[in-house]
Design a protein around this ligand. Structure first.
Ligand SMILES: [Zn+2]
Ligand SMILES: [Zn+2]
Length: 432
């Protein structure tokens, strides 16, 4: 367990001029504060909103390389051997890992095939390669480190191997009542790949990574810890966490366009939320998948799929799908609307719970993708001639859009607005 050192310990009670090298701006609440010197294994959290500012990892250069290499090796094994075997009515079928995308492509669902391939193969593989490249860049001179780090943090939320693993478990439970399933070598390699992939990201120290690639610009002359960035004409780079003065449009370290606040954040978030809400209605009525069994075809929607699993006594899986496809999307949309509403209230009447709820909602939203991946897996796996098969329905496409749009809505929401004066309060101060 890492020890938590509050940044407030490093602050003297009165605002003071901090030494040049250690000022950081919280990305979640916009408070400028001094970073205490950290030992390996320690982390510093924001004194106002509690969000992590920086964490030191033990032996942080070598470990991520080893984890990432092992993860890539496991991904290679995953692609080499049979993934799952299935027996039904005297015939046997082996599925390889790549079949999840290949079958969908053959069946004229290129959008689903590309999404699945990106989420479970291309992006996770790129992230591991990028981490190795960046960490090697600490020892030897390599080109384009900045661009690589930018791309890594942009793509990270779209790597969905953990969600795919959950999708696999749900699919297997669904299938077990009808077929004999045998897990291949590749399945176990994939489980290890998931664990190593998660661990690699855990041991990469973002703050340290960036400071090794390029020194942080420190426009801190005369800036005071304990006050907001807004009041001191400072903004924070969303990509590399460097401090940027208001009058500079781009971060001098990574070149990312930096704004004081995400422009039209609330309007954009609301527009995306309304779109997601409207699309969520057909997503519930259109069939998620069509199951063909001996010439008989059954269309199932999200809800009818859950009811079917409940009747089959697969309770845990029914609950997982209910959470992922119904509870989480509705809750996420409702909470995001509430957060937008909070920003219009005067500061004194605002609930501060929004500050911790936002990162949770942002993180949990990806898990709604489970049902889409389950359909992709079932479509790849259940294919015995023309007699027995599972085919993705239009509902899967619409529901995938809902999940992606709610993820974009969370990304376009600026959590710092929860700490800023409301628009009416700003107008009052401008009038004074
Ligand atoms: Zn904060
Ligand atoms: Zn930057």
């Amino acid at each position: 367990m890492s020890e938590i050192v509050s940044a407030s310990q490093a602050l003297v009670p009165e605002p003071h001029k901090a030494p040049d090298s250690e000022l950081v701006l919280c990305r979640y609440c916009d408070l400028l504060q001094q970073l205490p010197p950290l030992q390996d294994g320690e982390e510093a959290s924001c004194q106002r909103c509690g969000h992590e500012l920086d964490a030191r990892q033990r032996e942080s250069a070598l470990r991520p390389i080893l984890y990432a290499l092992s993860a890539l090796f496991m991904l290679l094994l995953t692609n080499l051997f049979p993934f799952v075997g299935m027996d039904a009515a005297g015939s046997h079928r082996d599925m390889n890992f790549l079949d999840t995308s290949a079958v969908l492509l053959d069946e004229d669902h290129p959008w689903l095939a590309v999404l699945v391939w990106l989420f479970i193969q291309a992006i996770p593989c790129f992230c591991m390669l990028a981490i190795i490249y960046l960490k090697l860049g600490m020892y030897i001179r390599l080109p384009a480190l900045v661009q690589m780090a930018r791309l890594l943090y942009m793509l990270k939320p779209w790597s969905m191997v953990d969600i795919f693993l959950m999708g696999l478990i749900v699919s297997f439970v669904k299938l077990l009542s009808h077929f004999d399933i045998s897990l291949g070598m590749s399945f176990w390699a994939f489980c290890l790949f998931c664990l190593l992939h998660l661990r690699t990201f855990q041991v990469v120290d973002r703050h340290e990574l960036w400071s090794r690639i390029a020194p942080a610009p420190q426009p801190v002359a005369g800036k005071v810890a304990g006050q907001t960035g807004l009041s001191q004409q400072l903004k924070v780079c969303s990509c590399c966490t460097a401090l940027v003065p208001f009058d500079e449009p781009r971060c001098s370290r990574c070149g990312t366009k930096v704004r004081q606040r995400i422009p039209d954040s609330i309007q954009r978030t609301l527009a995306l939320l309304v779109t997601a809400t409207i699309l969520y209605i057909p997503a519930n009525f259109l069939p998620m998948m069509e199951t063909v069994s001996l010439g008989e075809s059954i269309h199932s929607t999200i809800i009818s799929g859950i009811i079917l699993m409940w009747q089959d006594e697969a309770y845990p899986v029914a609950i997982v799908v209910l959470l992922a496809s119904v509870v989480i999307p509705i809750l996420k949309i409702a909470v995001m609307f509430w957060l937008c509403y909070l920003t219009t209230l005067p500061l004194s009447e605002r609930s501060q719970h929004g500050t911790w709820i936002y990162p949770v909602v942002d993180w949990i939203g990806r898990w709604s993708m489970v049902d889409v991946l389950v359909v992709a897996i079932l479509a790849a796996l259940v294919r015995f001639d023309a007699l027995v098969g599972v085919y993705p329905g239009m509902g899967t496409f619409v529901f995938a859009c809902v999940v992606i749009i709610t993820m974009l809505a969370a990304m376009s929401f600026d959590p710092r607005l929860l700490w800023d004066p409301s628009p009416s309060e700003q107008m009052e101060t401008e009038r004074d």
